[in-house]
Design a protein around this ligand. Structure first.
Ligand code: 5AD
Ligand code: SF4
Length: 435
């Protein structure tokens, strides 16, 4: 039996697309394995959102060279970095046999057939980034969660971001198709469904039938069965009152809302082309917390965007302190060629970016700890994921607000909901007992 492996970098969308690639290989009769040294075909599913991601991939390709020399392994590369590089990557690394765009995954059977007939050919298939990709099932095995892509691409062109250039214009998946997929995963026993898109709440903007994100959420909530709905990521500018209302009425929708802020300075937000001010964001965050019972927010923040002064950065710290995010993904601005920000005046030195990132992390950690402390002595509903990797005696799961909880348990509760009384906490983790 031939063996295939997929190495994934980057976001949940890539994780989802890797699950689809694996399913295609399974259907072609391959065994999916983790160990790339034993594989007949290796696909790298890449990211290029920040410079570090690309550097990591170059390192990996070096490692693949020795594997290929030993076993004659077929090497494929897909994902945003592959899309950005196209043919160039083969010139740099002739060991790569296949370069494939995100939207071309459905062509894998055809590509493999072609390669088997004509082994020494390089295949580049990165066109049509504006089509809706073929519908492909992903198999999430017995994991508690499953992911469903509801939009592909992005029309926002935030000035720092490479994604609209590599993932093409925004396309929404027809609602019927999404509902079929969600039902299928829920019936298979998945207790958590994550809706994925670069900008989930502009879902349906490309339709003329009135379907939108609020309607999609309420249709999914109407599916009987006990499960949790998450979505990543919404854009603050497109977070309508209608969506807030659907969330308020439906406990099935996770109370942890990931709402990317990017910066707390209205001046920087404008330069980023985000379409909201500091005040708009604060107003929305407060409205969400007021209207949706138990809502908590997480966010993405970039420090050191061109022209960010100490005063602008203080605005970011200020909003973090005011909103008290449960968690933040914090990044130093990374220059991406071809984006507007890459050629802006006032690029910030690395040492200043590092220092600001450090200060931001300290403020965020304090907020996260205070948030965790609020759970002590409370009973929370937890979706059990499985044994803790660090401590085999303990089980791990997450609350509806996405907090990690550790507790003693047994195999039968895996993938189920349990109630846990929280006794203690650390910055990121709650500890408790099942009640
Ligand atoms: N530099 C740093 N961070 C970036 N992100 C996107 N592009 C860049 C960049 N050029 C961050 C944003 C986004 C998250 C997925 O990655 O915060 O929300
Ligand atoms: Fe990039 Fe902005 Fe689109 Fe997100 S919304 S993918 S940050 S351009």
């Amino acid at each position: 039996m031939k063996r295939a492996s997929v190495v994934t970098y980057g976001c949940q969308m890539n994780v989802n697309e890797s699950a689809k690639i694996k399913k295609i290989f399974e259907d072609l009769g391959y065994e999916i394995i983790e160990d790339i040294h034993q594989s007949d075909i290796i696909f790298l599913n890449t990211c290029t959102v920040r410079e570090g991601a690309a550097t990591q991939i170059f390192g990996k390709i070096g490692e693949l060279k020795t594997i290929k020399e030993k076993r004659g392994t077929i090497i494929g590369i897909t994902g945003c970095f592959a899309q950005e590089q196209g043919n160039e990557i083969i010139k740099k690394f002739p060991i790569i046999d296949i370069v494939m765009g995100n939207q071309n995954i459905g062509c894998i059977p055809e590509i493999i057939k072609k390669l088997n007939n004509k082994r020494n050919e390089h295949i580049v298939c990165t066109e049509n980034e504006n089509i809706l990709p073929d519908h492909i099932d992903a198999d999430f095995g017995d994991e508690s969660g499953a992911c469903v892509a509801i939009t592909y691409g992005c029309n926002n062109f935030c000035t720092y971001c490479i994604v609209p250039y590599v993932r093409g214009r925004e396309r929404s998946v027809p609602m019927d198709q999404i509902l079929v997929d969600v039902r299928k995963y829920v019936n298979k026993g998945h207790k958590e469904i994550t809706l994925l898109g670069q900008n989930v709440n502009s879902y349906g903007n490309d339709f003329k039938n009135g379907d939108n994100f609020a309607k999609l959420l309420s249709e999914i909530c109407a599916i009987e069965e006990d499960f949790l709905i998450r979505f990543i990521s919404p854009h603050p500018r497109d977070f309508t009152d209608e969506v807030i209302d659907v969330m308020r009425k439906n406990e099935k929708i996770s109370r942890s809302i990931h709402l990317p802020l990017q910066s707390g300075s209205s001046k920087i937000l404008k330069l980023m082309n985000r379409g909201y001010t500091k005040e708009d964001y604060l107003f929305l965050a407060n409205k969400i917390k007021e209207k949706i019972n138990g809502a908590s927010l997480t966010t993405d923040i970039i420090v050191g965007f061109p022209q960010e002064t100490e005063e602008d950065f203080m605005d970011t710290l200020d909003i973090v302190k005011q909103v008290r995010f449960e968690n933040s993904f914090m990044f130093m601005y990374s220059k991406r060629n071809g984006t507007k920000a890459a050629i802006m005046d006032g690029q910030i030195e690395d040492s200043i970016k590092k220092e600001r990132l450090q200060r931001l992390i300290e403020v965020q950690n304090q907020c996260s700890l205070e948030n965790s402390q609020k759970y002590i002595n409370k009973i929370v509903r937890v979706l059990v994921e499985g044994e803790s990797k660090k401590n085999k005696k303990m089980f791990t799961g997450r609350t509806s607000t996405n907090k990690v909880v550790l507790f003693e348990g047994s195999k039968e509760i895996e993938g189920k909901f349990v109630n846990v009384r929280i006794g203690s906490c650390k910055t990121w983790t709650l500890y408790g007992e099942i009640v």
